[in-house]
Design a protein around this ligand. Structure first.
Ligand SMILES: [Zn+2]
Length: 698
């Protein structure tokens, strides 16, 4: 005991008292010391990390030797390592542990971090050196990965304003700082509105709800101080199951209206003003940087390259999706009429009656499938798929510190038993955790200064069931689980030299391709017959049910596509509007009307709750990426089906070699072509959704 204690003490030893700054240490190639982190350590850690990075940058910028790849670009890869670590933990806190004590700190630090990051990209001496390396990149003996890294660095610097005069640089930096503050405000407003709930007091309020939804509602009520009652929280994971199942139309309407009004109550948490200011600042910044609009600036280094190309794809799919919604609504209305329900289908009826149509048309009921979808079994199924496709193997670890007792950790090895990374899993909803599901990278794979393996995590908001009982999840949630795991595998398969071009650091309209592709393996008979097990009977999902699931695979695609695509179109149109002042409510209403939005569907994220656009920069003018990437994933899956099926080892080998392992070391269009032997057309995407394929498509 004592010896171990002393050993731990000396490992934590004290040249550096702030654990947020320390390089990863301990077992399994080094892990974050989550057990030692505290919120009050962030500020001093950032101060030191920024000073360290400033010194690194200064040394590179003032190097008397002529600029080379090694003394400039590779040196940049080594610079500011402590800053990258602290920033990673800070982002993790913001998404996973956003407590009342963290929030003021986030508000205070966000603009300072933005200013620091701009000061690096706007360093004139540094950029002059980078530009020399860039100009000579094709005749200085660099290999393709090094040339690509030079291009990525140079492009990032130029897009951040490296070519502007001092006044222009200062204005861009000011805009970025203000935006950083606004993003934090937006996210905090939304979190506050998601912490509200509708309390159900009577058994009769639960009509239609499955046992697991009842249990989750009981737990939510208890957590909010109402034991013995039930609460529907204003989050997607709580509201959507209720809307699918509740027989109480009056309560569906209440839950739905509260859900789509998040951030839009005209109170202290209202996000409309925040959006107007964000859009104005983005338009000004784009103009300063020499682009007509924010959309042109944002899309310029992505696979689509221009907003027009992204719009063309969306507009090619939109009419077919709208037409399908009208058919879906007609089916639902007919069924409601038949049942004698005197009503016109409204948005709060869509999910509910869609379930009834599914039952009537395909004899398939979500509640029939759910008893087979145990979260933990499906996790094992994902591990099995990773083994089949990529020869990755998972072993649980118990000696790794975590930031919350909910989190579990696995070591990931290749077929030869060599460690390729670590996977953290944080599946449960809790206050202060952002809603939805996502993947994080705690450390990126690299090997230019020695082998460093990736550390990734998957995060979700499943509701814990009763203690000791297996948690059952919906088909949609199981799909999301596989999706996020696809991102994790993209990080874990990475096999490159430089961290800037490693793992999921790829163009934003390419990053969803590996994740959307992996979703498809959930529905393979191999996974369902071994990992979709009913905990009560121990029996796997029966083949008849699997056949029904496959038959119904294209069901309700009108709804799913319109819900998503309306949000993606609005995003692009907002960011193409230039400096015209935007009033979000009016813009949303008028643009949807002009698009011919079916009245029975509401955008997947209304503007006041559209975190993708307004809680950071990544998906602004980029929500189209999901559709863009799905043209690739639909087409890529057809490569398996044209071969020996979903587990065709030769297609899987090419997928790993040209897609999952290359990070951003090759142009994505070239990487895809190397995998597939051709470009992806729109044909597979339309077939996959059951929409008519335009004659010109392949
Ligand atoms: Zn994703």
């Amino acid at each position: 005991m004592t010896a171990l204690f002393l050993l731990l003490l000396s490992a934590a030893a004290p040249s550096d008292p702030n654990p947020l700054l320390a390089p990863l240490s301990g077992p399994h190639g080094g892990v974050p010391r989550f057990d030692a982190f505290k919120v009050e350590q962030f500020k001093p850690a950032f101060e030191r990390a920024m000073a360290e990075e400033d010194a690194d940058i200064d040394r590179i910028a003032k190097d008397p030797a002529p600029p080379t790849f090694e003394n400039t670009v590779a040196a940049l890869e080594r610079a500011g390592r402590a800053y990258v670590r602290v920033r990673t933990y800070f982002n993790l806190w913001s998404g996973l542990l956003n407590s009342p004590e963290f929030q003021p700190l986030a508000t205070e630090l966000a603009p300072k971090l933005s200013a620091h990051e701009d000061s690096v990209k706007q360093n004139g001496k540094l950029f002059a050196r980078l530009a020399k390396v860039y100009e000579a990149r094709e005749r200085s003996g660099l290999d393709p990965e090094q040339q690509r890294l030079v291009w990525v660095d140079y492009t990032n610097f130029v897009l951040a304003g490296a070519k502007l005069d001092p006044a222009g640089k200062q204005r861009v930096a000011e805009i970025n700082q203000r935006l950083a503050t606004l993003f934090t405000t937006f996210e905090q407003h939304l979190l506050a509105d998601e912490d509200t709930y509708l309390l159900l007091e009577h058994e009769s309020d639960l009509a239609g709800l499955s046992p697991s939804v009842r249990a989750a509602a009981a737990q939510a009520a208890a957590a909010h101080g109402h034991p013995g009652q039930w609460a529907i929280v204003t989050t997607r994971s709580s509201a959507e199951p209720f809307l699918s199942q509740s027989d109480r139309r009056d309560l569906r309407e209440k839950v739905f209206k509260a859900f789509i009004a998040r951030g839009d109550h005209g109170d202290a948490h209202d996000n409309n003003q925040v959006i107007t200011e964000i859009l104005k600042l983005r338009a000004q910044r784009a103009k300063l940087l020499g682009f007509p609009t924010h959309a042109h600036w944002r899309v310029s280094d992505r696979m689509a390259k221009t907003p027009e190309k992204a719009m063309a794809l969306m507009e090619a799919v939109w009419p077919a999706a709208v037409a399908r919604v009208h058919e879906e609504v007609a089916d639902m209305q007919a069924l409601a009429n038949q049942a004698g329900d005197k009503l016109t289908i409204e948005p709060w009826d869509y999910r509910y009656y869609a379930e009834k149509v599914r039952k009537a048309k395909y004899d398939l009921d979500d509640s029939e499938v759910k008893p087979y979808l145990q979260l933990e079994k499906l996790r094992e199924g994902m591990f099995w798929v990773a083994g089949q496709l990529f020869d990755l193997h998972f072993k649980p670890l118990t000696d790794v510190p975590v930031y919350h007792p909910d989190v579990r950790v696995w070591e990931v090895t290749d077929g030869a038993g060599k460690r390729v990374g670590i996977w953290y899993f944080d599946p449960w909803a809790r206050p202060g955790k952002r809603s939805g599901a996502w993947m994080d990278e705690y450390r990126q794979q690299e090997r230019f200064d020695g082998e460093v393996t990736s550390i990734v995590s998957n995060n979700a908001n499943f509701i814990k069931g009763k203690p000791g009982e297996p948690v059952l999840i919906s088909w949609d949630d199981a799909t999301t689980l596989f999706h996020e795991f696809g991102h994790a595998l993209h990080g874990l398969c990475s096999n490159v030299r430089y961290p800037t071009v490693s793992g999921t650091n790829v163009a934003a309209d390419y990053v969803e391709f590996p994740s959307q592709l992996l979703e498809r393996w959930l529905q393979t008979p191999e996974v369902l017959s071994h990992y979709a097990i009913n905990p009560q009977t121990g029996k796997p999902l029966p083949p008849e049910l699997l056949a029904k699931i496959q038959k119904a695979a294209k069901f309700n695609k009108g709804f799913a596509t319109v819900e998503y695509l309306s949000a993606a179109l609005i995003d692009m149109k907002l960011h193409l509007a230039g400096e015209t002042p935007i009033e979000p409510r009016a813009f949303e209403r008028d643009t949807l009307a002009a698009l011919g939005m079916p009245r029975e569907v509401v955008m997947r994220h209304r503007l006041p709750q559209f975190n993708h656009l307004f809680a950071d920069n990544d998906y602004a003018a980029g929500y189209y990426s999901y559709l863009w990437a799905d043209t690739l994933s639909a087409d890529a899956y057809e490569a398996f089906l044209e071969g020996k099926g979903p587990y065709d080892p030769e297609v899987a080998r090419r997928l790993k070699k040209y897609v999952f392992s290359v990070g951003n070391t090759v142009d994505p269009a070239e990487g895809y072509r190397a995998f597939r032997g051709k470009d992806a057309g729109i044909g597979a995407l339309m077939r996959n959704r059951g929409f008519p394929v335009p004659p010109a498509a392949n």
